[in-house]
Design a protein around this ligand. Structure first.
Ligand code: ATP
Ligand code: MG
Ligand code: MG
Length: 549
């Protein structure tokens, strides 16, 4: 008996369906192909796709590529891959806004014919001056009362390349005294002699976003055009466009709050700077929250779906803690992944009473909480690796791991008791010596005595070497994203690289494979840098967190 709660968009949709405004739900995700998608976009994708699915409607993927200055085909492919990976299916409904340029042109002509648009010769700066301020109404452009015939001719001349960039624009004729600045005769078409990634040099005039977007939605039969809050006061213009163009079933814009993560950079401008300055190794650096970066780090689509669900959909701006994203991936992988042994900071452990050259194969369940994952054999022998901090020469109180005279369990294996250790000339411990008790083999039912500590290990002669990358937030959490001088406040410890020893079952891993390394966290094979004979793992997340749902 789960409580079914609806977000405010669903409430609006229910109302529209009940009142017969629409008889179906058709949504879209409209990225501009000018960069990589990030976690915020994931929210928009899953929200739009989820609504279409929930109401048995349709979902479009539409590239909003009406601005030739910033758009590249390279991003189109990357965005498609990300949307697909997240689990949103557009089937055969992949569209490009630039394929509607002819219809948009005709729509502009229609407005001119209705006396609702005019060609204006004011410069961009003059247009700004004439627009007025929030407290003062604007002034009409001296070109506002051109005849329909003159406007039609001039607009055609604009299209035919008779004017230079900025020389003339087409403006909607609305209301220069409107309290909404967006309604003060907004520019809807501009001249730009530029090559477009899709239409090449076919056009030298391009529509502005506020004019193009409602037309794109209307052409595709979108019912609910969901966008973020900064477009709220553009909605009257959206409604004006679809009304004046007399679409029989005009789409409706609904705004929701953007997703922000605490202390995480999502802005393209800043990520670009981090990439250019070499702070990160590209848009998919595992410390970033682009979809590509999250995938490379080892996040799953399910974990991101869960995260977006937990964030909810709201009208008010808020920030979500990165720890919640970590919680979601930990919960997702806990039961699904094998729990392997990997030593991140190795020192040798020698079992003095174990026969030289002998090896036995011990059974280890892959995940004690999920039998379906099966088991594996781990070779056990005289020389092992353990974590450096699992031994202390002089332990503090409550330290239950190895120290001279103390006994611990080696996971899946035997009890061992520390008998001595060796140090190098700098005083660092290099080898720990112990003896083992054959009676205490794991699974043998031994109950003779108990130990308080269990540590993991890797058999030295069979160990697989791997580079392991440990991450912290890119931004120093204490100090916030920006310094007082506007520079970014980068955490100097955001990446730590260690040379680890892994158990031999991990020898043949492939890109994106992920595992729990017991006591150390969840790890994923790096898709960019890992090679068959030079493995690289990313730590997705450590095992513990203070985050509670
Ligand atoms: P950015 O500048 O961060 O790339 P954008 O708004 O320019 O964001 P678009 O490609 O225009 O990116 O956005 C595609 C869709 O994703 C839009 O509908 C937009 O509202 C939505 N979107 C962008 N950022 C977020 C966010 N942080 N949270 C939720 N939705 C977002
Ligand atoms: Mg964008
Ligand atoms: Mg945008």
């Amino acid at each position: 008996n789960e409580v079914v709660s609806k977000n405010f968009i669903e409430t609006e949709i229910d109302k529209d369906l009940a009142e017969g405004v629409y008889d179906t739900v058709h949504t879209r995700f409209p990225p501009e192909p000018n960069g990589y998608l990030h976690i915020g976009h994931a929210k928009s994708i899953l929200l739009n796709y989820g609504l279409a699915k929930k109401y048995g409607g349709k979902f479009n993927l539409r590239f909003d590529d009406t601005n030739p200055t910033k758009e590249k085909t390279e991003f189109v492919e990357a965005i498609k891959a990300d949307v697909k990976w997240l689990g949103a299916e557009w089937d055969d409904r992949l569209f490009f806004a630039s394929n509607y340029f002819q219809q948009m042109y005709e729509a502009a002509v229609k407005l001119i014919k209705k006396g609702k648009a005019y060609v204006c010769d004011l410069s961009a700066e003059q247009i700004r001056e004439y627009r007025g301020t929030l407290t003062e109404p604007g002034k009409n452009s001296p070109y506002r009362d051109r005849s329909v015939e003159e406007n039609l001719q001039l607009f055609e001349d604009m299209k035919n390349g008779k004017f230079a960039d900025g020389e003339k624009v087409l403006r909607a004729k609305i209301d220069m005294a409107s309290s909404n600045m967006n309604m003060r005769d907004p520019v809807i078409y501009r001249v730009a002699h530029m090559t477009h990634h899709n239409t090449g040099d076919a056009w030298c005039i391009y529509p502005m976003y506020d004019f193009a977007h409602p037309i794109e939605d209307a052409i595709e039969g979108i019912t609910h055009s969901i966008c973020t809050l900064e477009f709220e006061d553009h909605r009257p213009l959206y409604d004006w466009v679809v009304r004046e163009l007399e679409y029989p079933q005009p789409p409706r814009q609904i705004e929701f709050a953007k997703l922000y993560l605490t202390n995480v950079v999502t802005g393209k401008r800043y990520i670009k700077k981090l990439v250019e300055e070499g702070v990160v190794d590209g848009w998919d650096d595992p410390r970033l929250v682009s979809i590509a970066a999250l995938r490379r780090r080892g996040f799953t689509p399910e974990s991101i779906q869960k995260f977006v669900e937990l964030c909810g959909v709201a009208k008010g701006q808020s920030s979500v803690d990165y720890a919640m994203l970590e919680y979601c991936i930990r919960e997702d992988l806990k039961m699904k992944r094998s729990r392997m042994m990997a030593v991140l900071d190795p020192i040798k452990l020698v079992i003095d009473n174990y026969p030289e050259g002998e090896v036995e194969y011990l059974d280890a369940a892959n995940n004690l909480e999920n039998e379906e994952l099966g088991s594996r054999k781990i070779p056990f022998c005289k020389e092992l690796y353990i974590e450096r901090d699992d031994f202390m020469e002089e332990p503090p109180k409550k330290y239950f791991r190895l120290f001279p005279g103390n006994e611990v369990r080696l996971m899946h294996a035997y009890f061992v008791k520390c008998v001595s250790f060796e140090k190098d000339e700098n005083g660092n411990v290099t080898v720990v010596h112990c003896t083992y008790d054959p009676e205490t083999k794991a699974g043998s039912g031994f109950t003779g005595r108990k130990v308080k500590g269990t540590i993991h290990w890797v058999p030295a002669p069979y160990a697989v070497d791997a580079e392991v990358r440990l991450y912290e937030n890119l931004i120093d959490e204490e100090k916030g994203v920006y310094n007082e001088d506007g520079s970014m406040n980068i955490n100097p410890n955001s990446l730590t690289v260690v040379q680890a020893k892994l158990e031999p079952a991990l020898k043949d891993v492939k890109a994106y494979d992920s595992f729990q390394f017991v006591r150390n966290g969840f790890f994923c094979v790096d898709a960019k840098d890992s090679k068959e004979d030079a493995l690289v793992f990313n730590r997705i997340v450590s095992l513990k967190s203070s985050f509670k749902l």
